[in-house]
Design a protein around this ligand. Structure first.
Ligand code: GLV
Ligand code: MN
Ligand code: MN
Ligand code: MN
Length: 408
């Protein structure tokens, strides 16, 4: 792994160019959601950077962006990640993998490398599922793991359907869905991603290869009670849905702690109508649950739901639980991961608590992932970070991997 000065400046120049896109300077976080102004700006950046490197750009039926070297074809070596973020997220979850891909292609071009099989950079649409609630939307639609009819009807917080958002972006909503032709071109997929924990910082190593990804899903808990006056209603005369919602938060912590390695989080709560002097009539709360096996995830959600049901009944509230997404636990491809290790050197193997498009692709094509050290260990937050030297080391390693996979 050697870095020339030009590699260092290339990935860092690429990332520097988008650093202000979707950035809220007041809270320091980045918000880039499917087809909003920031995400559209990043799509333009992607297209321009592809053009600069002579790559052919196309948008597929599911709003995923592709840049091909030299042109679309079978058995392609594909790398990339996503451009969107969580609300107020970090700068690199997603874009690091895409900037690294462009820097790697630039480095291979400089070396005079000519791919023997097609090489592509992809930006999958709405990986975080922030706008429409469906994580890995673009890769899930392409592979058919997300039902296109359900997806078309999914609504954002303003009530706009995905079908309408796609139409407004100039794509055909009727075309959304399984895309065997695009999927069929992918021979291998490698996603480079910023690490979302402290393992590499603790080991003093810049890069890792991924092992497995936790099973995970999202559930919406709809608590319904009696909206009422905060001052005029006696404490024994209430059906306040905030009470069972609070129990949901506590139960998620308590129950996940009883299963080794499991995680459960309520990161989003909507009391309605939302007045300080109003007992809410409804609270919607979203549970994110993850564990090493799908059975463990299902078990967690069952126990947490039972605790929330019990608390709702005690308060005279109703509860309706809807599964919004589920992704099985996966092991990334061992042979491809071994080949990555043989190419970039003996680096640590890390499992991923976060979900990725790589997890979706994994059931269809040989897929592997690389992680770049994050010294803060924090992600989905503005404190997420990767040092310029580590970003460059990631891009250089990715270039070696692409040369190995797409070369003679
Ligand atoms: C993706 O970032 C996830 O939430 O797992
Ligand atoms: Mn990501
Ligand atoms: Mn993420
Ligand atoms: Mn070879």
């Amino acid at each position: 792994m050697t870095n020339s000065a030009s590699d260092l400046s290339d990935i860092n120049r690429l990332l520097g160019a988008i650093d202000d896109v979707g950035r809220d300077r007041a809270n320091g976080g980045w918000s880039r959601h499917l087809f909003d102004g920031a995400e559209r700006e990043l799509r333009t950046w992607f297209t321009e950077e592809a053009g600069r490197r002579g790559l052919a750009v196309e948008t597929d039926r599911n709003a995923n962006l592709w840049a091909w070297w030299p042109e679309p074809g079978p058995d392609a070596v594909v790398t990339g990640s996503h451009l969107d973020s969580v609300p107020g997220g970090g700068p690199y979850d997603g874009p690091l993998g895409i900037a690294a891909a462009f820097a790697a292609v630039g480095r291979l071009r400089e070396r005079g490398f000519v791919p023997e099989r097609p090489l592509a950079i992809v930006a999958f649409a709405e990986e975080e599922g922030t706008r429409f609630g469906l994580p890995c939307l673009g890769s899930g639609l392409m592979t058919g793991s997300i039902n296109a009819d359900l997806a078309r009807r999914a609504r954002d917080s303003e009530g706009t359907t995905l079908a309408d958002a796609v139409a407004a972006a100039g794509l055909a909503p009727s075309e959304l869905g399984a895309d065997p032709q695009t999927l069929g071109r992918i021979g291998r997929f490698v996603e480079l991603h910023v690490e979302q924990g402290r393992a590499l910082a603790d080991r003093d190593r810049p890069l890792a290869i991924a092992g497995s990804i936790l099973g995970h899903g999202r559930w919406r808990f709809g608590f319904r009670g009696q909206g009422n006056h905060a001052g005029a209603t006696g404490m024994d005369d209430r059906s306040d849905p905030a009470l069972p919602a609070a129990e949901l938060v506590l139960a998620a912590r308590r129950i996940a702690k009883s299963v080794p390695g499991a995680r459960a989080t309520v990161g989003r709560l909507h009391p309605r109508p939302g007045g300080t002097n109003v007992i809410a009539s409804a609270v919607d709360a979203w549970l994110d649950a993850r564990a090493a096996t799908d059975t463990q995830v299902r078990g967690l959600v069952e126990q947490i739901s039972a605790a929330a049901e019990h608390a709702a009944a005690e308060e005279g509230c109703s509860l309706d639980v809807v599964e919004e997404s589920f992704a099985e636990a996966v092991h990334l491809d061992s042979a491809l991961s071994w080949r990555l290790g043989a190419t970039i050197g003996d680096v640590p193997r890390l499992d991923s608590g976060a979900g990725h498009d790589a997890g979706v692709l994994c059931g269809h094509v040989p897929t592997a992932m690389m992680f770049v050290r994050n010294p803060t260990g924090v992600s989905h937050s503005p404190e997420e970070w990767a040092e310029p030297d580590d970003r460059a080391a990631g891009a250089a390693a990715l270039a070696d991997v692409l040369a190995e996979l797409a070369g003679p």
